[in-house]
Design a binder for this molecule. Structure first.
Ligand code: NDP
Length: 337
């Protein structure tokens, strides 16, 4: 159930092939590995494939949905070789591929990392004894932090158009944000019949030019220079209070949904706890080989900042896994020591 992309499943069903792709449960209390990858998004899954293919005993731990942000991206149109594919379908392909090589521990949260030899990674289920750890923990949705946002989350406030968009078919909603995510997701909402208006705090969108063109073609209105001050409603979203930050004029509009796509906050709690150095923006500081300041701990993907693209995350995941392989064969810390 859900272990394979629908397209692949249908093809194999036509051929009456045996179905054997699944993520096996493990009841092991202790697992030894050369490389423990924390995070099962494109960076982590790619690192898993590369690590295992280089001969490292590699495992991947993921606390939420495999695929990270991609799993909730409506359509991906810039992954080379796949003109257009649903985010979830792409994730299923990646997971199926990774499972050929690595053990994946889904739904398992890392509670603690103890650096040393070995590095001990403790989850809510077991301990992993690792030679190296790759932090591919990604980045989480940023919040507006306005009254009503938390209390109405799941009751009209949403961060995921693929998950919740269909509930708003024929209804009026706003989309907060002015970047690629806000525009892509607004286009998706419009496509499925939602009456969407973008609300952006600046006078210009910062999305890619071709996305802005699509926006114009779709006739999605944009309210510029405007901030959301409050989301109101009894039990569900009914209206939003807006303020024009140039004129200071306030107004209230009736909507049934508020989608928020205003960027990400890197997931660096574990990194911070063990003393991994961060950049001024709060991302993991790393060198060109994805090493952090702590021996044996590496990073890859959105948690490092930079362009948050599936291909860049996957690329950095492969780089990190290859660097880890080389470091384990020829440890830089021994050369330095
Ligand atoms: P971005 O950081 O690019 O944009 C965030 C947007 O939200 C900005 O317009 C910002 O406004 C606005 N914003 C931030 N905080 C607030 C706030 N508190 N209140 C109101 N507005 C706020 O994030 P995205 O998620 O759009 O994109 C992240 C990365 O993912 C980018 O690298 C992007 O290119 C990539 N991406 C690519 C896609 C594609 O290629 N199809 C699809 C989706 C994402 P301001 O401009 O004023 O700072």
């Amino acid at each position: 159930m859900g272990a394979q992309p629908e397209e692949l499943f249908m093809l194999s069903l036509e051929k009456l092939e045996q179905q054997n792709v699944y993520i096996p449960e493990s009841d092991a209390e202790e697992v030894e590995a050369d490389l423990v990858v924390i995070g099962g998004g494109p960076a982590g899954l790619t690192a898993g494939i590369y690590g295992a293919r280089a001969g490292l005993n590699t495992v991947i731990i993921e606390r939420d949905a495999l695929g990270g942000q991609v799993a909730s991206t409506p359509t991906v149109e810039n992954f080379p070789g796949l003109t257009q594919i649903g985010g979830k379908a792409l994730v299923d392909l990646m997971v199926t591929h990774a499972l050929e090589y690595v053990n994946i521990f889904p739904g398992e949260e890392v509670m603690k990392i103890d650096p040393g030899e070995p590095i001990v990674v403790s989850t809510n289920r077991r301990h992993f004894k690792a030679k190296t750890v790759l932090l591919a923990t990604g980045a989480a949705h940023r919040h507006l932090n306005v009254p009503g946002e938390n209390s109405l989350s799941g009751h009209g406030v949403s961060y995921c158009t693929t998950c919740d968009g269909p509930l708003f078919k024929g209804k009026k909603v706003i989309m907060a944000g002015g970047g690629d995510s806000a525009v892509t997701e607004a286009l998706h909402l419009k496509n499925i019949g939602v009456d969407v208006t973008i609300v952006h705090r600046k006078d210009k969108l910062r999305a890619q030019e071709h996305l802005i063109k699509n926006l114009e073609v779709s006739g999605i209105p944009v309210i510029y220079d405007t901030e959301i001050e409050q989301i109101k409603g009894r039990g569900k979203v009914e209206e939003v209070k807006l303020r024009n930050n140039r004129t200071n004029k306030k107004n209230t509009i009736k909507v049934e949904g508020v989608f928020i796509a205003i960027g990400y906050t890197p997931s660096v709690e574990l990194a911070r706890e063990i003393g991994v150095e961060l950049t001024d923006d709060g991302y993991i500081k790393h060198d060109s080989r994805h090493r952090t300041n702590i021996k044996g701990i590496y990073s890859a993907g959105d948690v490092e900042g930079g362009y948050k693209q599936i291909v860049t995350a996957a690329g950095h995941g492969s780089e990190a896994a290859l660097a880890i392989f080389e470091d384990l064969v020829n440890p830089y810390w021994k050369k330095e020591g």
